[in-house]
Ligand binder design. Structure first.
Ligand SMILES: Nc1ncnc2c1ncn2[C@@H]1O[C@H](COP(=O)(O)OP(=O)(O)OP(=O)(O)O)[C@@H](O)[C@H]1O
Ligand SMILES: [Mg+2]
Length: 471
């Protein structure tokens, strides 16, 4: 009906008006159309990435179907977010939004405290000014809500951006053992063809174990530096199943070491581990699994998985554990699958000498070194504690004072160990006495009960006799 009153001319003029408005709009659009909001990577706190930045990056990465496709096709690791100078277009309720990733060289000191702080990254959101309200009220909230859960999952895999100063040269351990590990790594690195020839996946598993402070983390840093790989921290406690683990592993870039923090999940480990645990729950185990994948014939694409097992008593009963154990591919974590077992142990005299060389630049001392050798044979001290004791406490402390400090600590440690042992014996004795006492008490009770029983029997038979007589 409405259309009926519109003649052709009217319609033509409406079209004209629309076109005119559109031209005006376009002109307006080109003149002052956009607003921009930027989100910086750093939160202002040293070494801390802005949560918002991470969440947005995650949202953008997860949202880009095109990127996902590329990933599927080429089997390249998924890298969340967008890369420098890349642009992503998003659509929200029919409104187009543009995201770009940029970086700038810092001019002020405000972003200091970050290793490799050569650039500051930021994400810029560009949108039509007319949609300002929608963007600032709904869209940003939408992005954060969508990105957050994924970002949280992603955090299971923390890329450690710190520099790792540890090198094999400064890692104190028996030289033969160290050499064996280095040779193994070199062989692995060069073994691409060999692995392909024998039809084996190009991967390598290491189990690093030992009490706290014996250098397990230092060993991993040394390996990372030696292989020139990135280090990722993966918390197995949050990984629900195999699928998720695989997804996380794909997320890592190639040439990376993945450190997996794991609670004691009582996998079918050998009795050796159980024996260790009996000694004390301080023992820690750490698995490293190296995995290399071939992507480019010429490129040395490598991936490492470093799996770490921590025996933290407090975490033992946690639910994730059982979930995890049930669902995770045991092949990835079983001790038997590890190609090499590396035991990090308490400081030996040989290890002490390396630490003394590293920390004090001293190779021998006629009077003091023999004392240390004797003490190290009598008490257990971790390389971490030895190193700590060797470090000059003040700038005026000389080598001799430092070595003497260590001797003092070793003596204290020896005394404490003796006292602990004594206490333990005393405690055991006390318990034995108590058990004996309890046993005696129980015997007494049995005796008493027997007496009562006999009395009762007697009473009963007497009564019986009486009754019998009555009858
Ligand atoms: N074998 C070692 N050689 C050189 N330095 C060592 C060694 N072991 C320990 N250290 C020193 O002690 C510190 C702590 O060692 P590290 O963190 O590697 O021990 P860990 O076995 O990983 O301990 P935790 O079980 O507590 O994680 C290191 O920063 C390093 O300076
Ligand atoms: Mg450690």
């Amino acid at each position: 009906m409405g259309m009926g009153i519109w003649g052709l001319t009217q319609l033509a003029s409406v079209v004209a008006i629309i076109m005119f408005v559109r031209a005006l709009y376009e002109q307006f659009y080109l003149m002052s159309p956009h607003s921009q909001i930027s989100f910086f990577e750093l939160s202002g706190e040293p070494l801390e990435q802005s949560e918002t930045y991470t969440v947005i990056q995650t949202y953008l990465g997860a949202n880009s179907s095109e990127r996902a496709k590329v990933v599927e096709d080429s089997q390249t690791p998924v890298i969340f977010g967008i890369d420098d100078n890349e642009e992503i277009t998003d659509d929200f309720k029919g409104v187009e939004i543009w995201w770009s990733a940029n970086s700038t060289i810092p001019t002020a000191q405000e972003f200091s405290g970050r290793p490799n702080s050569d650039v500051i990254r930021y994400l810029t959101l560009t949108f039509d000014k007319r949609h300002g309200d929608l963007i600032t009220t709904s869209y940003i909230q939408h992005v954060l809500e969508q990105g957050k859960p994924i970002a949280q999952k992603k955090r299971q895999l923390n890329h450690t951006t710190f520099e790792h100063p540890a090198r094999f040269e400064t890692l104190a351990m028996e030289p033969e053992k160290k050499e064996e590990i280095i040779n193994d790594l070199v062989k692995f690195k060069k073994g691409k063809e060999y692995y392909a020839k024998v039809g084996k996946a190009w991967k390598r598993g290491y189990l690093v174990y030992g009490p706290p402070g014996t250098g397990k983390s230092t060993m991993i840093s040394a390996i990372a530096n030696f292989m020139n790989y990135d280090v990722y921290d993966l918390q197995l406690t949050i990984v629900k199943d195999n699928y998720e683990l695989k997804r996380l592993l794909i997320e890592t870039s190639s040439k990376s070491i993945i450190v997996i923090d794991d609670i004691d999940c009582s996998l079918d480990f050998t009795g050796q581990r159980m024996k260790k645990k009996e000694k004390g729950h301080n023992d820690e185990e750490k698995d490293i699994l190296f995995k290399k994948s071939e992507e480019d014939e010429d490129k040395d694409e490598e991936e490492e998985i470093n799996k770490r097992k921590v025996t933290h008593s407090g975490l033992k009963d946690h639910n994730f554990t059982t979930n995890f154990v049930d669902k995770l591919d045991p092949a990835l974590i079983r001790r038997g699958r590890m190609d090499m077992h590396i035991e990090m142990s308490y400081c030996s005299y040989q290890v002490f000498k390396m630490l003394a060389k590293n920390y004090l630049d001293v190779e021998s001392h006629d009077d003091l070194f023999p004392i240390i050798e004797k003490l190290l044979g009598e008490t257990n001290m971790t390389p971490a504690d030895v190193a700590e004791n060797l470090m000059p406490k003040t700038i005026i402390e000389d080598v001799e004072t430092c070595v003497k400090n260590l001797i003092q600590s070793l003596e204290i440690s020896k005394k404490k160990e003796k006292e602990d042992a004594k206490k333990k014996t005393e405690k055991a004795q006390l318990k034995a006495d108590k058990d004996k006492q309890q046993l005696a008490q129980e015997d007494e009770k049995v005796e008493e009960a027997t007496e009562i029983f006999e009395e009762k029997v007697e009473e009963a038979s007497e009564k019986y006799e009486e009754d019998f007589l009555i009858i």
